[in-house]
Design a protein around this ligand. Structure first.
Ligand code: NAD
Length: 496
């Protein structure tokens, strides 16, 4: 019998009003049920939004340093429980333990940083154009925030949004991905134990078109913070825009790792292997396209083939494993369909390209796959596959390399390997991406630096660091007049 887990609404663990549940399974061993979770509908979202609205009045007036202290307590619990949480993540979504540790650590550093923001949350003091008057800005929370997250970073993603939203004084309703509700439940158990007051943080599990859609279209929600696919992000932007809700979107990527002819090839290939195959390529920032100068491409491909030969695909809990399973059967089929598309389009399949069934576990395993001689317009070079597939596109010179790197609708992350500072700086200037790495792969972020993408990857917001504080606050401009008379801006302002 699987354990049953509940929604967290108004400080209580409650079943969904729908009376329905769904099963969460281990992608390495789908027979293993992680638990039974609430399949929530609009009524459950209503209850959660109502609780968040009720709690908002007191929470927004709670001093930000005190809000930060609650986050600090939750963060200490994440530190204590890190190994157990990492194991939960691996069991639930498959990635190897080192990747799951990164996921928890991302939540920890976010908690540490955002707890400190409770004692900053700076506004500006600004000289007024009128005498005997002070001007300043202060930060207000936005209100009730709906948070919708993907499955590939099941702890980090909700935490990255929750901690800044809460420290800024917002109340929240979180709808985690249906493939990873267990990690979200554990995060909420921690928030409860840390003393987050009832109604301030609410959790509603369930499917996107049901619970997710009810949340993003709910009139009581003031802001949506979403990370996920471009297709769903576009729908959310349209519905949130119609209601003038604030909306922050982080979507897909088709990230280029560029290898110029003077690169340290060994370093570049090591970077490409980590960028392309960690988390089985299921990262928004995965190095899914390698844009390689023709003069070094044979060597790069040869070394990649050697590298792929050393990868061990299997259960992420096994310390020998370097590439875990794909999240679910549907996504496994989708990745495999892209292999057929690539072959059909005329790219050269060098290695991989098959489902791996020999483990006998029924797990959703896919062979690390390498395509060479792809052209920039091919679908495998344009569309996000979100699996362990790397596509090599050969180019002639720096100009073509940058043009190809920029030649997709996405703009999340890009990397360049070169030993030449001038070429490196030109690439930094010209790459259309929210994140640029020199001599490092396209993945990995640091909490105190902004994170996000340009073009179709985002809608102009950034997560993480002070950019997250900007996202989750409204600026209030305050004028304090002590002149004792009416002073009219632009009329009584002294001019020459
Ligand atoms: P997804 O868009 O299918 O789902 C994301 C979330 O949206 C889930 O919680 C889902 O239930 C919910 N959802 C689905 N339909 C909805 C609807 N109609 N209304 C409201 N919510 C809905 O994405 P996924 O498969 O979970 O995640 C993979 C995608 O996420 C990839 O495209 C990846 O690049 C992207 N991603 C981006 C970043 C980033 O920071 N840019 C980070 C991680 C993942």
């Amino acid at each position: 019998m699987a354990d049953t887990f509940y929604n967290f609404v108004d400080g209580k663990w409650v079943p969904a009003a729908t009376g329905e549940t769904f099963l969460d399974t281990n992608p390495a061993r789908p027979e293993e049920v992680i638990g039974e979770f609430q399949r929530s509908g609009p009524e459950d979202v209503d209850a959660a939004v109502a609780a968040a609205s009720r709690a908002y009045g007191d929470w927004r007036k709670t001093p930000a340093p005190l809000r930060g202290e609650i986050i600090a307590r939750a963060t200490r619990m994440l530190v204590e429980r890190k190994p157990e949480l990492a194991e939960t993540i691996t069991r639930e979504m498959g990635k190897v333990l080192v990747d799951s540790g990164y996921d928890v650590q991302g939540a920890i550093t976010s908690g540490e940083y955002m707890a400190g923001e409770g004692r900053r949350m700076f506004g500006d003091t600004v000289p007024s154009g009128l005498p005997n008057r002070l001007a300043m800005t202060v930060r207000d929370p936005v209100g009730v925030v709906g948070i919708v997250t993907p499955w590939n970073l099941p702890m980090l993603m909700p935490a990255w949004k929750l901690f800044p939203a809460l420290v800024c004084g917002n109340t929240v309703v979180v709808k985690p991905a249906e493939d990873t509700p267990h990690t979200a439940v554990l995060l909420f158990e921690i928030l409860e134990e840390a003393g987050v007051p009832p109604g301030v943080a609410n959790l509603v599990t369930g499917y996107g078109p049901e619970a997710g859609q009810a949340l993003v279209t709910h009139p009581g929600v003031d802001m949506i913070s979403f990370t996920g696919s471009r297709a769903v992000g576009k729908q959310i932007a349209a519905s949130a825009g119609a209601e003038l809700k604030h909306v922050s979107l982080e979507m897909g990527g088709k990230n280029a790792l560029v290898i110029l002819d003077d690169a340290d090839i060994s370093e570049a290939v090591t970077g490409a292997m980590w960028g392309g195959f960690s988390t089985a390529g299921q990262r928004c920032t995965a190095s899914s396209r390698l844009v390689v100068d023709e003069s070094v491409a044979d060597e790069v491909v040869e070394r990649l083939v050697d590298g792929i030969g050393t990868l061990v695909v299997g259960d992420g809990l096994d310390p020998e494993t370097t590439v875990g399973p794909i999240i679910n059967a549907k996504q496994l089929d989708r990745i495999h369909s892209y292999t057929a598309i690539g072959v059909e389009e005329g790219a050269r399949l060098v290695v991989g390209g098959e489902k791996l069934e020999e483990t006998g576990s029924g797990g959703y395993f896919y062979a690390p796959t390498l395509f060479d001689h792809a052209t920039p317009d091919m679908r495998i070079a344009q569309e996000e596959i979100f699996g362990p597939t790397i596509t090599v596109i050969r180019v002639d010179g720096d100009e073509e390399a940058i043009a190809v790197a920029n030649g997709t609708r996405y703009g999340l992350s890009a990397a360049v390997y070169t030993r030449d500072t001038v070429r490196a700086l030109r690439a930094v200037r010209d790459l259309e991406a929210g994140l640029v790495y020199l001599n490092a792969p396209t993945i990995g972020s640091e909490i105190h630096l902004p994170f996000g993408g340009v073009k179709d990857t985002g809608n102009g917001h950034r997560e993480s660091g002070t950019a997250a504080i900007d996202q989750f606050t409204e600026i209030k401009t305050v004028f304090l007049d002590y002149s004792g008379t009416l002073q009219r801006a632009h009329i009584d302002e002294p001019t020459e």
